[in-house]
Ligand binder design. Structure first.
Ligand code: SF4
Length: 150
């Protein structure tokens, strides 16, 4: 299958604080598949490191209060072009760009709410199957339905 994946899950140090979230379990699952790595924040042109970003209402703000919604939407659109033919995407949970199901609430206090990142919403609106890296069993089942039926 052709799989889009958040670059930080592969070990790229592209998070706002210039760290990664390398995930060996996910990397093992990807063997034998075609991988397309994306990072909407890098594609948007954010420098490294950069301020943390969070979604509040329908907008995305930096911690100091700059509205970066348009910038991030542009980066997300450019990444979407790269993954539009993928069978699925595996995205980093909680991120304002890649988060799926849960994101931070915009108060920069560590509180989570139900919601999706900007790039994730674009994927969902366009019919792409989305998982976050915490859905290991669901991803396995999606990639190998026969194994799961045994
Ligand atoms: S934008 Fe996505 S890929 Fe880039 S660092 Fe954040 S979670 Fe990872």
């Amino acid at each position: 299958m052709r799989i889009g994946i958040s670059a930080c899950l592969l070990g790229d140090k592209v998070r706002y604080d210039q760290t990664d979230k390398r995930n060996e379990d996910i990397i093992n699952l990807l063997k034998g598949h075609e991988i397309i790595r994306i990072c909407p924040e890098m594609s948007a042109g954010f420098s490294l490191p950069h301020e943390p970003l969070e979604i509040r209402g329908n907008s995305v703000f930096s911690k100091s209060g700059e509205d970066v919604s348009s910038k991030l939407l542009e980066g997300s659109r450019s990444c979407f072009k790269m993954i539009k033919d993928c069978d699925l995407v595996i995205l980093k949970s909680k991120s304002p760009s890649c988060g799926y199901k849960k994101i931070y609430d915009g108060s920069f206090s560590g509180r989570l709410i139900d919601g999706n990142g900007i790039f994730t919403s674009l994927c969902i609106e366009n019919g792409i199957t989305v998982f976050n890296e915490l859905q290991l069993e669901e991803i396995k089942e999606y990639l190998n339905p026969a194994d799961s039926a045994q």
